[in-house]
Design a protein around this ligand. Structure first.
Ligand code: GLU
Ligand code: MG
Length: 459
């Protein structure tokens, strides 16, 4: 069972409290049996950073009923922990309660004694906090459900790993194997085995784990699930890789750009939309509702980058011929298109939003994509022709436009998006815009090397 969804009446009814207490006792007993002594109640801020409150396990029933106190100022934190202000949120005043989502609480395999649980945020009076990103994603799923649509989603995780303490003058990478090379698995077999084992011990189903293009780069993908669950998984996967890396004397970077000119880390989102047990994207060519959904996502991509590729560092990654999807187009199995359609049966077909990276808050990213898709669905939009081949090699008259090439262009598109403002609600929309504006002001004009240095180890 998920957290009670009480958007209209809020939390705190007497029955609800007793139910939460009883569920928390059961969860605490389950976790305690697995050696857990503390719970990391985690939310992701608008800068894309997972923040946390740790709670001793014996306090779980209390935390499940009363929540854990936290300041609303976290909604305007930047990647460097500086704060800004927004129209509705910012400053030292006020308090919120973050509630652990008990059915997602899971022992962390690489951090014995600790369990992870995503958090949802409420006001002190029990009403939902309007800027809770996880509840935003859940609301978008509910709005789709009202139209009879459901989703399967998954985020891919790419990361670059280096030795935590490289020998002076030595190779900082634990492998010098070639891109996609077996050599890299051979060099790092214990490490990658432990990543895989830890993820599976935490209930995640690993689909693939493989070396990627850049030095020291790897990728893991996990099975699709409901969109909010997929966003939870993205947070958990990253925390797990970080934890396993530390145990192997390694350090993992999930930043969009690790070197100013290198292939970066993507955070591609895979999504399929379903009605009555049928995948709307399955079959030969997208048509009907599936096409309209994709057309909505495609149209909104420049604004969606504020949620999915939000950092000034994201624009060092979003360049042609690096499979980052920097062109504003879609294509069938085209890894240079921002929106790649993977065709096939109900089980296989899905859309991959390739332009996204892991500076994104995954709840905002998936919620924003659903909002855009639903707008397309409601308006019955149609797709333009798909693009084949690397757009950069096409003659200029046939070449699709680039997506925004700077975070300021993205912010302008975001501010103009009534679809995203309506979906996020003013409070969350303004907080996101303020964080984007402040990070752009702090880092947008710096040389690439400085942008990379400021973000390399942050996400
Ligand atoms: N590393 C690429 C990126 O920045 C993606 C490579 C791939 O298609 O997996 O998105
Ligand atoms: Mg990849």
């Amino acid at each position: 069972m998920d957290q009670p969804r009480e958007d209209s009446e809020g939390r705190g009814g007497r029955d609800g409290r007793e139910e939460a207490r009883a569920e928390a006792r059961l969860t605490a007993a389950r976790l305690s049996g697995e050696g857990v002594v503390a719970l990391a109640v985690t939310w992701v801020d608008n800068a894309g950073i997972a923040r946390v409150k740790g709670v001793p396990l014996r306090r779980l029933p209390e935390a499940a009923v009363e929540g854990v106190g936290m300041s609303p100022v976290f909604d305007v934190f930047l990647v460097d922990d500086a704060t800004t202000t927004s129209r509705y949120l910012g400053g030292p005043d006020g308090d919120l309660r973050v509630f652990p989502v008990l059915d997602r609480a899971v022992p962390l395999a690489a951090q014995p004694g600790w369990a992870f649980a995503p958090g949802e945020r409420f006001r002190q009076d029990g009403l939902p906090h309007p800027a809770c990103q996880r509840r935003f994603a859940a609301r978008m799923v509910e709005q789709a459900a009202e139209r009879g649509i459901s989703f399967r989603a998954a985020f891919e995780t790419e990361w670059i790993v280096q030795r935590a303490e490289p020998a002076p003058g030595g190779d900082p990478y634990p492998t010098d194997g070639p891109a996609y090379g077996l050599h890299r698995i051979t060099d790092c077999s214990d490490y990658l085995r432990d990543v895989l084992l830890a993820l599976e011990a935490q209930g995640l189903t690993v689909q693939q784990i493989h070396p990627e293009y850049s030095p020291g780069q790897f990728e893991v993908s996990v099975a699709a699930k409901d969109p909010v669950g997929a966003a939870d998984d993205a947070v958990l996967v990253r925390a797990t890789i970080r934890g396993v890396s530390a145990r192997h004397g390694l350090r993992a970077s999930f930043a969009p750009a690790f070197e100013p000119d290198g292939v970066g880390n993507g955070g591609h989102l895979h999504l399929s939309a379903w009605r009555e047990g049928r995948n709307l994207l399955a079959g030969e060519a997208p048509a009907g509702e599936g096409e309209a959904f994709l057309a909505g996502v495609l149209r909104e991509l420049p604004a969606l980058l504020a949620l999915g590729a939000p950092s000034p560092a994201s624009y060092l990654r979003l360049v042609p011929s690096r499979w980052a999807g920097c062109f504003h187009c879609w294509g069938v199995e085209n890894r240079e298109a921002a929106l790649r359609l993977i065709q096939g049966t109900d089980e296989q077909a899905n859309a991959e939003v390739k332009c996204f990276d892991q500076a994104a808050n995954p709840y905002l990213a998936v919620g924003g994509v659903i909002a855009a898709g639903l707008a397309g669905l409601d308006a019955k939009w149609v797709l333009p022709e798909p693009v084949q081949g690397d757009p950069v090699l096409l003659p200029p008259e046939r070449r699709p436009a680039r997506l925004p090439t700077s975070p300021d262009q993205t912010l302008t598109a975001f501010r103009a998006s009534t679809i995203l403002r309506d979906a996020l609600g003013d409070v969350l929309f303004e907080a996101v815009a303020a964080v984007r504006a402040a990070e752009n002001a702090a880092y947008g004009a710096l040389p690439p090397q400085a942008v990379v240095a400021a973000t390399r180890w942050r996400y």
